[in-house]
Design a binder for this molecule. Structure first.
Ligand SMILES: Nc1nc2c(ncn2[C@@H]2O[C@H](COP(=O)(O)OP(=O)(O)OP(=O)(O)O)[C@@H](O)[C@H]2O)c(=O)[nH]1
Ligand SMILES: [Mg+2]
Length: 420
């Protein structure tokens, strides 16, 4: 028998306050997510309602229509664009006779399919358990109520307790494993104090990994699917004037990103939180690139990295036919850099901007150290960029570029500059 793709029906709600366009945009994206997860989108339903129906989410009438459509179109799975409560999901499954999931579950599923490294796998498992745990409770409550009566309730509750305990223990273990990963990563990068840390961020599929490869000559997998990258990768990027940047590529962001996922991906997102600046890659060829830029900035706040210095890259300019699009974008985002990561256009401009940033943060100073003071000399090498060193009148004269904050502990050795 030939394996058939799951036939999927999408369902979304336009609530009072949400614009039509936004809801349609979101459903369109849900379709890409469904395809990424291996499903075939057959049809979609949008319903306008002022308030969510607590029983069926979308309203009883619409749920009935969906049930009919499921029969006509031979649907296997219904995906809702917003989070459903466990009761709503259950009721909808009963009405439609099909499996019903929500956007969060779909995204978790894609992450589970794509996770390759052990960090990514551990984080996905944690997110899945965190997602299931509160739902498990109500699943069992439901069983004990409908099953009813003596005999079912007792064992049910016991089983629930067992399951919950097991899951909590697993969460504890996974968190420990992830802490260890984070510690190791921190140790690996902490040796490089004199490097500026930059992190690529952006909507999923914007071209972050393609740009990362361009800039660092790495070969991170890129692909035209959502969430191609699920872990962080860091490379040293050497720039002129002996400046060095530690550049990281990481997981992409998306609208309505499941909260459990953000929390669980701490290890992967740490490089973004700790970065000195971010290179925000936007896909200019996407019709809603402005919405995507806004989402990325909102997620930055959610992960605890608001207000970071940002270099905005308008990527995929090679795919933009209409000149006005770029003109308008540049008018709105004055400092943005037009790039085609695919063709390599504009990559040098990004490097120049990084160099300017790294250079600006530092002062060039002359330090006079007694040659036997190895500790201070190694401090200069660790925290600064040594440009030259020579013996002058029995002292080691070191010309160094260093961030102001690192100059504090060695203030006594710094020579007043001739410009002062
Ligand atoms: N035409 C064109 N395609 C590009 C450009 N940059 C990236 N792409 C394509 O866009 C798709 C996504 O690129 P990736 O680099 O994987 O995107 P990403 O932002 O890392 O995506 P995730 O890791 O999934 O979040 C790939 O098919 C790339 O070949 C570009 O400048 N022009
Ligand atoms: Mg990527």
């Amino acid at each position: 028998m030939v394996h058939r793709k799951e036939r999927v029906l999408l369902a979304g709600l336009i609530r009072g306050g949400t614009a039509h366009e936004e809801a349609e945009e979101s459903i369109e994206e849900l379709a890409s997510l469904t395809e990424t997860a291996g499903g075939e989108v057959v049809s979609s339903v949008l319903q306008e309602r002022r308030k969510i129906d607590p029983v069926t989410f979308i309203g009883k009438g619409k749920a009935g229509e969906i049930a009919a459509l499921c029969g006509e179109e031979d649907i296997d799975l219904v995906v809702f664009d917003d989070d459903l409560s466990p009761a709503q999901a259950r009721n909808l499954e009963k009405i439609t006779g099909r499996r019903v999931i929500d956007r969060s579950q779909l995204i978790l599923d894609i992450f589970a399919l794509g996770a390759r490294t052990s960090v990514a796998k551990t984080q996905v498992e944690l997110a899945q358990i965190e997602y299931t745990l509160p739902r498990l409770t109500r699943m069992w409550e439901h069983l004990s109520r409908t099953g009813g009566g003596i005999g079912t309730r007792g064992p049910g509750e016991t089983q629930l307790e067992v399951d919950r305990r097991r899951m909590r223990r697993r969460i504890f273990t996974l968190k420990k494993v992830l802490e260890k990963f984070e510690q190791d990563r921190r140790i690996r990068t902490s040796r490089r104090k004199n490097f500026v840390r930059a992190s690529l961020v952006g909507y999923t599929n914007a071209g972050k990994s393609t740009l990362f490869n361009r800039l660092t000559k790495a070969s991170v997998a890129t692909g035209d699917r959502l969430f191609e990258t699920l872990d962080a990768m860091t490379r040293v990027l050497r720039l002129p004037l002996k400046e060095t940047v530690l550049l990281s590529d990481t997981v992409g962001f998306i609208r309505k990103i499941p909260h459990d996922l953000v929390a669980s991906f701490h290890a992967t997102l740490e490089c973004v939180v700790e970065a000195d600046l971010v290179i925000h890659v936007a896909d200019l060829s996407h019709h809603d690139y402005e919405g995507q830029i806004a989402t990325v900035r909102a997620v930055m706040e959610e992960i605890g990295a608001p207000g970071k210095h940002e270099i905005l890259v308008l990527n995929k300019v090679d795919r933009v036919e209409d000149e006005d699009t770029l003109k308008l974008a540049l008018r709105r985002h004055k400092d943005a850099i037009p790039v085609s990561a695919f063709h390599g256009w504009g990559a040098d401009a990004v490097k120049e901007r990084l160099l300017a940033y790294a250079h600006d943060r530092k002062d060039e100073v002359m330090v006079l150290v007694p040659p036997e003071d190895g500790k201070t000399i190694s401090y200069l090498h660790k925290y600064g960029t040594v440009l030259s060193r020579e013996l002058v009148d029995g002292k080691m004269a070191v010309r160094v570029r260093m961030e102001r904050r690192y100059l504090k502990p060695i203030e006594g050795y710094v020579q007043p500059s001739s410009a002062d």
